[in-house]
Design a binder for this molecule. Sequence first.
Ligand code: HEC
Ligand code: HEC
Length: 328
Amino acid sequence: MKSQVELGRKLFFDRRLAFNNTNSCAMCHIESQGLTTNQSATAIGMEGRSLSRNAPALYNVAYQTSLFHDGRESDLAQQAWAPLLSPLEMANPSIGHVVDKIRALEDYAGLFEAAFGGHQASMQTIGDALASYQRTLLSGNSRFDRWYYGKQQDALSPEEKHGFEVFMGKGSCATCHTVGEKSALFTDDNFYVTGIGYYNAIGAGPRVSKVELAPGEFIEMKHEDMKSFSAPRINDIGRFALTLDPKDRWAYKTPGLRNVELTYPYMHDGSLSTLEDVVAFYDKGGIEHDGERVLKPLGLTDKEKADLVAFLKSLTTPEDQAKHAGYR
Ligand code: HEC
Ligand code: HEC
């Protein structure tokens, strides 16, 4: 099993998995950037092509019952073939092309056979190896866990504890970002319309974006000025594309919030840059849209908002644990 994980890690970081040998899984899901890409709202793929969605952080992906922002895939081993074959991402012409290429690479000689009881590289074993590695990307044991589940009173500050009260109570956050009795993944694996997709679809989306130039340093850029070098956004209808159920139009998966401090920018299109922006978004009840409103304005005070952000930052896995899990 261990060697399946190691082999999966090697594949995850291997740029030769892209048709033109230039990008790997790890170049969009960057270890030191919360397993997403902090600098771009939506992912950038093969030859600089823009994707319409933000690269999700892969923490605790092992526990997810549905994958992608719209939940169109459920099997981690199958999922890997989507970026491998997508013309925007790794652009391989076929499964066979990838399998043949890996079988021919000298530094993979014998590795699949050793990890998979004699089976060579194939659609199944390549997917399984990548899945095994991603299942090790666990996030837990944060200060929140030590306080809430471990009963260590001083693990959270009074502000963070108050933020948790807001999360569970006035903010209603936990109705979707679930906190269980024995553990918490902060997601109900369900899909909701928060209004973001709708807002962008009708062309009323934000006219400025925050762009990160250096760590922690943002500038605001007008979309007008970005037109010359960024492709127009593809219209994204969310889960509706799969279910064709009108209530799923612009519905996206509830993401888990583990390590959320590290996984900016936020939402399926990366349109919110900071946790303060996210809390302000919920405080005004999301964005008005056609159809049933699941989010209602919250009327949070400045202190409640600040403490809620402080609480969210207590969900970060300590660095030594993260290293043990094999990332960062
Ligand atoms: C060009 C950037 C890019 C590359 C390369 C890339 N991904 Fe992703 N990944 C994304 C984006 C964007 C999404 C979300 C797409 C969507 O929801 O439609 C995603 C989604 C995922 C998900 C679903 C996670 C979730 O929470 O639902 C997994 C798992 C994943 N990628 C693993 C991989 C693996 C394994 C590879 C390499 C074989 C890879 N990715 C290569 C950008 C990338
Ligand atoms: C009705 C369900 C629901 C409620 C209530 C809710 N959320 Fe969310 N949350 C979602 C969904 C769905 C998304 C993803 C939206 C998207 O991708 O466009 C999300 C996204 C987020 C994100 C971005 C995470 C990321 O990785 O992009 C954060 C942070 C967050 N929510 C925090 C909160 C907080 C704090 C509250 C309470 C004030 C809250 N949520 C209430 C469903 C909900």
